[in-house]
Design a binder for this molecule. Structure first.
Ligand SMILES: Nc1nc2c(ncn2[C@@H]2O[C@H](COP(=O)(O)OP(=O)(O)OP(=O)(O)O)[C@@H](O)[C@H]2O)c(=O)[nH]1
Ligand SMILES: [Mg+2]
Length: 700
């Protein structure tokens, strides 16, 4: 592999709605450039960038994958990203490695929910962006229709740089609107084009589109504008750099036409990437911090700067171990380099740096500023870390991820599985930063949380395939709480006198409800030593422990005040344990009077669906005890905001998918606890009694 410097590199992220053909297109481009010796196909499990077993089986990209093509003087690094909403956090994490985005649009479906999301993501990162209308070989595909939809969504900067030649099954090439040539592709999928004159029937449309392109390019550039007014056009030698600048400035969003499956339009796309998309050198500086939480600093993206490397992705390989994908932000990284991890402290040796081609890693001697690479077996480096030269620390900002939306209990199938679970899970968490793993304090169940049910299912499947750990996925237990609605006053007495040393303790306590979220308060109101000082903490402890075990259904009792106001003791028989038990009994006696009830977590939910689905979605939310808070309409989508009990949202991901044919997305976060309606509470209490909650405990 040749060594490429910044000006000849292109880092391109393919983004877009699921199933638009990103992965297929990458395989087509790699084949066209001669990087692989056959045209890999997603449907046959032979694509370069969907190599993971889960991806092959589901025919969906689950994680970000890298590939590269040498094309003319350039090396193009492709970042293939998932389009499906529940894996989109992967995409969000990886675009930081790109200098430009290719936003794929399905030739039949046109604009979709994730198209807009991907556009916003590119916008947020200031990434220059070209649109690729793909799958134009399909029945009912239309370049025109998708183009119009994109223009009305993204504005007049959306301008074609090619026009398709032929439609649907007869889609056979493109007109290059920069060079004004027809490019005809063969039927065998070589991806290479033969140049020809523009067919007569397309001439007028091509001229008009060429003019529109030239005008848009000239618009923001005084020198070109003058030339355009003088001559009525811009010569090719000025048009190409002018286009490149307009793309870099995010004034123009060129539109291309392809079929990844038939490999049509590929050579034009590769040329376009090399000619018109920015290189890392075009992006002047990278912004970071001198230390964690420290002063902002900038670093020029150039070889002559101190070395800094940003890890944007970690892959858990069962054989190679931890593989870190990185972008060289500044300087030159050499094989065997000894670097410092600025984020965590500690040194790392980068043995065997490589460039990535799907699942394959190709060793290289060095990588220059702006290039992407991989290295295996770093000791303590995780996604989001910055490494570099000791003397010149910088930390690039980490991606702030959303909280997971759903959590499930998992149960190891066997003792052996349980032993392996924790280390396997930790490797997976390194790979997927949105997964969470925890243990429920009450039920002792292992909990795994992710962006949606399928996200968690994929994690469970990977546990089995990669790490040979089998677990059963169960419905999660909703973290209910218990509280009181009335004041209470009762006595708790523990007395045992069966010869010898007896036990004695008595307390009188009052319980009072507190505001939601207030937790627990203990007030010591004993005067005159009715209970000796040293036993009072024991009373409190007895109450706290009893409250944690719950009263109605085994959930912790919260939001109440205890006032200890009287009691009695015995000179010989009183002990800490006796007062602890007295406290616990007093608490239970109070609970009988205090109108106990169940609390459930209420979530803030935001749902985005095509407008046509909004009626169904609202009706469905009502059925889930949801309270609609508002609705916005935006470019064909409805955004519904509601508060819904968590217990009603556990199956929402799959229901939303089926209600909207996969076009709906939602996010949710915890809002507050609220009282469970009586008829539902009765069922929960009944179920917990049936499960024997609270039976085996205490009565020492
Ligand atoms: N007819 C036709 N089918 C295509 C084309 N490109 C992709 N497909 C098919 O569309 C489906 C999705 O293709 P992918 O490449 O996996 O799409 P993707 O955008 O990577 O999807 P995600 O990774 O899930 O976001 C597969 O069945 C492909 O065979 C194309 O140009 N023409
Ligand atoms: Mg894909």
């Amino acid at each position: 592999m040749k060594i490429y410097d910044g000006t000849n590199l292109r880092n391109v992220a393919l983004v877009g709605h699921g199933h638009t053909g990103k992965t297929q297109l990458v395989s087509a481009l790699l084949f066209t450039a001669g990087m692989v010796n056959r045209l890999g196909k997603v449907d046959e499990g032979t694509s370069v960038t969907d190599y993971d077993e889960e991806e092959i089986q589901r025919k969906v990209s689950i994680s970000v994958a890298l590939a590269h093509a040498e094309w003319g003087k350039s090396k193009i690094n492709f970042i293939d990203t998932p389009g499906y909403n529940i894996f989109f956090h992967e995409t969000e994490g990886a675009v930081v490695a790109a200098d430009a985005a290719l936003l794929l649009i399905h030739g039949v479906a046109g604009m979709e929910v994730q198209t807009e999301k991907a556009w916003k993501l590119a916008d947020k990162h200031g990434l220059p962006c070209a649109l690729v209308i793909n799958q134009l070989d399909r029945d009912r595909a239309s370049f025109e229709r998708s183009l119009e939809a994109a223009k009305s969504a993204f504005g007049r900067g959306v301008v074609p740089v090619v026009l398709p030649l032929g439609e649907e099954r007869n889609f056979k090439g493109v007109v290059d609107l920069v060079r004004m040539k027809a490019c005809l592709y063969d039927a065998h999928g070589s991806g290479k084009a033969k140049e020809a004159e523009i067919p007569a029937e397309l001439r007028a449309a091509a001229d008009e589109a060429h003019e529109a392109l030239v005008e848009m390019v000239a618009e923001g550039n005084d020198k070109l504008l003058e030339e355009f007014f003088e001559k009525g056009t811009i010569p090719l030698d000025d048009l190409v750099p002018g286009l490149r600048q307009a793309v870099l400035d995010r004034r123009v969003f060129p539109v291309l036409a392809t079929s990844g499956l038939s490999n049509i339009g590929s050579e034009n796309l590769l040329n376009f990437i090399a000619d018109a998309l920015p290189s890392p050198a075009d992006r002047s500086e990278a912004e970071g911090f001198a230390s964690e939480g420290g002063e902002p600093v900038k670093r020029r993206i150039a070889d002559d700067q101190a070395l800094s490397v940003f890890v944007f992705k970690t892959v858990a390989d069962p054989f190679a171990g931890r593989v870190s994908y990185f972008r060289v932000m500044s300087g030159v990284v050499k094989n065997e380099a000894n670097l410092v991890n600025f984020t965590r402290g500690g040194g790392e040796r980068l043995s065997h740096i490589a460039v990535v081609q799907g699942k394959t890693q190709v060793p290289v001697a060095e990588l220059r500023a702006g290039d992407l690479g991989a290295v295996a077996k770093l000791k303590d480096t995780l996604t989001g870390d910055t490494l570099g030269d000791k003397g010149a620390p910088i930390i690039y900002p980490k991606l702030q991820l959303a909280e997971p939306a759903i959590s499930f209990a998992i149960e190891p199938r066997s003792r052996g599985d349980e032993d392996k679970l924790s280390s396997a899970i930790h490797r997976m968490l390194e790979e997927d930063s949105l997964l969470r793993f925890s243990r429920d304090g009450q039920t002792k169940e292992f909990l795994i949380a992710g962006s949606g049910q399928q996200h968690v299912e994929v994690a469970v499947a990977k546990l089995k395939k990669r790490f040979n750990v089998e677990v059963t996925l169960k419905a999660p237990k909703v973290p209910y709480r218990e509280t009181i609605r009335a004041k209470a006053d009762a006595q708790g007495k523990h007395k045992k006198q069966t010869g010898g040393h007896g036990q004695y303790g008595e307390c009188k306590i009052k319980l009072e409800p507190l505001a939601r979220g207030a937790g627990f308060e203990f007030v010591n109101d004993i005067f005159g030593g009715a209970i000796p000082k040293n036993f009072i903490p024991a009373v409190e402890k007895g109450i706290v422990e009893a409250a944690a075990r719950g009263y109605l259904a085994g959930y912790p009792v919260v939001d109440f005040r205890v006032i200890l106001y009287d009691g009695s003791y015995h000179d010989v028989d009183s002990s800490e344990i006796a007062f602890k038990l007295a406290g616990s009994k007093g608490f239970k006696a109070c609970m009988e009077q205090a109108k106990p009830c169940l609390l459930e977590p209420i979530m803030n939910v935001e749902i985005t669906v095509p407008e046509t689905n909004s009626g169904d979605i609202m009706g469905n939310l009502n059925g889930r005890r949801g309270r609609i808070q508002g609705m916005d309409n935006k470019s064909g989508s409805a955004i519904v905001k509601a508060q819904v009990p968590l217990s009603e949202m556990l199956t929402y991901a799959s229901d939303l998918t089926s209600m909207t044919q996969g076009r709906g997305t939602y996010s949710m976060e915890f809002s507050h606890y609220d009282i469970v309606p009586q008829h539902i509470a009765d069922k929960i209490v009944g179920a917990s009694k049936a499960a024997g909650v609270g039976k085996e405990e205490e009565e020492e």
